[in-house]
Design a binder for this molecule. Sequence first.
Ligand SMILES: O=P(O)(O)O[C@H]1O[C@H](CO)[C@@H](O)[C@H]1O
Ligand SMILES: O=c1cc[nH]c(=O)[nH]1
Length: 233
Amino acid sequence: MTFHIGAKPGEIAETVLLPGDPYRARWAAQTFLKDAVLVNEVRGMLGYTGTWKGERVTIQGSGMGMPSLSIYVNELIKDYGAQTLIRIGSAGGMQEHVKVRDVVLAQTASTLGSPSRGIFRELNFAPCADFGLLQAAWKAAQGRVDCHVGGIYSNDTFYEEREDLGAQLMRHGVLCVEMEAAELYTLAARYGRRALAILTISDHLITNEALPAGERERSFGDMVEIALEAAFS
Ligand SMILES: O=P(O)(O)O[C@H]1O[C@H](CO)[C@@H](O)[C@H]1O
Ligand SMILES: O=c1cc[nH]c(=O)[nH]1
């Protein structure tokens, strides 16, 4: 047990999928895992462990924003020995060709600040995905869903006041915005673990289109299957 995860030693798998939303963790575990067991409900941040094609997997909610994800990923790595950590999140599209329902594999994640910003000071560290996971996820996505690979933006605030910054990010080809990947990649680099953020475009900053509520699960399903195939390929 840790401050924020109630699982007993051995109850967390080496492969962990990380949705921000704890209800997405429950849905994904019930839909894709066999014999899924609830292993954490501290603060309602649900976590389940089960198997996929015989392989042990934990799906643990990580909350919204980098400070929240940082707590769960630190404890999953340092206290439970997680080796492969794949975020399965939603994101806002920032390029015309990246459409609602598409999947983005985050090759890098830019950020203004993160819980790790203090250790880099003047350095602009470039958090990046594990190449093996990225390659495997790309392969798993082919023929399943329109998939894009590139840089994303991990924002500290959902309600952004800096219109100029959004415009510069779009100008520099950033594909979408979410709120956690940069810290996930930084922690994976620090502790020598594998990490990838797989994101489903749920809304669009240019077109203002949004995924209808009834379609969310089906669209998020592609992302979960890509994550599971990539983790064990
Ligand atoms: O759908 P999740 O995984 O929570 O991800 C996105 O949604 C939340 C904001 O609505 C932020 O956590 C953002 O990163
Ligand atoms: O952080 C996020 C997540 C989804 N959609 C957005 O516009 N921003």
